[in-house]
Design a protein around this ligand. Structure first.
Ligand SMILES: [Ca+2]
Ligand SMILES: [Ca+2]
Length: 414
């Protein structure tokens, strides 16, 4: 065990508390705030899935690597006064890297950083989520940040922190995931075994199991004048899973789009999904058809369905022991407002979207999820059939609206 001096709660003396400003009400519920450990970049042989699970190729696990990670504090507002956190690895060969640690007051070489609004600032400290700017516009971490503690052969990492003032409501950059709370890399030793390994936040300190305070806690609303409002919250704690698979892994969102009048049976080639496949020590995405995945459908073909409005069919794709649920949407081509009929309103919807996206590249044709947006885009893209909301270069424009009107005219005089 490596021992470093640990400042304790006893250090939070009345003198320090009195230096803190009175602040507005803080969090009242653990559901309002979360601590999230994330891998922030993927070295060779590493794949970071959308759900934040990290997949290591068997070759990478054999040779070992360093995985850059950060802890993020997630909330709508940053009314946090103090944080005590304890992270622990359940795997002997995955440990915290002391040399990589950077906290709010860690000095670095001076560098320029950009905020989401495009403004920039320069600092010789590593910016973090609670940092603020002084009235002179200078970046200030506004923090008491205690020496981190790497415990039990570096398999656990403990940190305590208190804010010293500044703007206690807004995250640096305006959003909680723009800057991390703290950074600490994971070292994955050569020979890490196949399986799922977890890094979790701990509520009980294994070295001090009798202490009353939970090991991971967020203190909100410290107020000298209103001590009863001093509240401690055990936040939602989102750890990190590191998976070393022994077989191909299926993950991602499987999707497929069809027209209502298609009569062809479903095929794996109709679907798109991200399929993890280890080749030469690293992960390469492969198509479902290429990887030999087989769809199991709840309907044989679109013709078996009575389409009165866009309809969703659930599917499961399987390959060996791996499976992945998917969604298959069937709708009427041209039905841009998803009401189950192709009318002049759809031409209007297409024209409106076509105009909006000239001024706003983030404009959406639907009000739904990314998947629904892709599907509505597919239905509206009469001339093009984009399945990824135009990322393939197929745009929605006036020719698509004209095609809808032409279709309506043909139906009227048919
Ligand atoms: Ca419609
Ligand atoms: Ca088009």
């Amino acid at each position: 065990m490596k021992k470093l001096s640990i400042p304790t709660a006893a250090l939070l003396t009345a003198a320090m508390l009195s230096a803190l400003p009175v602040q507005a009400s803080g969090y009242t519920d653990s559901s309002e705030i979360a601590l999230n450990l994330k891998a922030t970049s993927a070295p060779e042989g590493v794949y970071i899935a959308d759900d934040n699970t990290v997949y290591l190729s068997p070759t990478a696990a054999r040779t070992g690597l360093t995985l850059p990670c950060s802890v993020f504090v997630e909330a709508d507002e940053c009314k946090v006064s103090a944080v005590s956190l304890l992270l622990q690895s359940d795997c002997d060969s995955i440990a915290f890297c002391e040399e990589s640690y950077t906290g709010a007051v860690t000095a670095t070489s001076e560098a320029e950083y950009t905020l989401p609004d495009g403004s920039t600032f320069t600092t010789d400290k590593k910016p973090y989520c609670f940092g603020t700017f002084t009235s002179a516009g200078k970046y200030d971490p506004q923090a008491f940040w205690y020496t981190p503690n790497f415990m039990t052969d570096y398999n656990a990492f403990k940190l305590m922190y208190m804010r010293s003032g500044g703007d206690l409501t807004a995250f640096l950059g305006g959003q909680s995931d723009w800057f991390s709370f703290t950074d600490v890399d994971l070292t994955i030793a050569p020979g890490t075994e196949t399986g799922t390994h977890s890094i979790q936040f701990q509520t009980v300190d294994p070295t001090r199991p009798d202490q009353e305070d939970p090991a991971t806690v967020i203190t909100s609303d410290i107020s000298v004048d209103e001590i009863p409002k001093y509240s401690k919250i055990t936040p939602t704690m989102k750890g990190l899973d590191i998976v070393v698979p022994d077989a191909p892994v299926l993950f991602g969102a499987v999707k497929g789009f069809r027209y209502a009048d298609d009569t062809e049976p479903f095929r794996a080639a109709d679907f798109t999904a991200e399929v993890l496949w280890e080749q030469d020590g690293s992960f390469a995405p492969v198509s479902l058809a290429q990887a030999g995945y087989t769809p199991e459908m709840s309907a044989e073909s679109p013709a078996d369905l009575q389409i009165t409005a866009p309809q969703t069919v659930e599917t499961v794709l399987t390959a060996g022991d791996s499976s992945l649920p998917g969604t298959y949407c069937i709708g009427l081509k041209g039905d841009a407002d998803m009401n189950g009929a192709v009318t002049v309103d759809d031409a209007s919807t297409i024209l409106k979207y076509s105009a909006e996206q000239m001024f706003d590249t983030n404009a959406k044709i639907s009000e739904g999820t990314e998947f629904e947006e892709d599907f509505v885009y597919f239905l509206a893209d009469m001339v093009g059939n984009s399945t990824n909301a135009g990322a393939d270069g197929s745009a929605i424009d006036t020719t698509d609206a004209s095609a809808v009107l032409q279709y309506i005219a043909e139906q009227m005089f048919a």
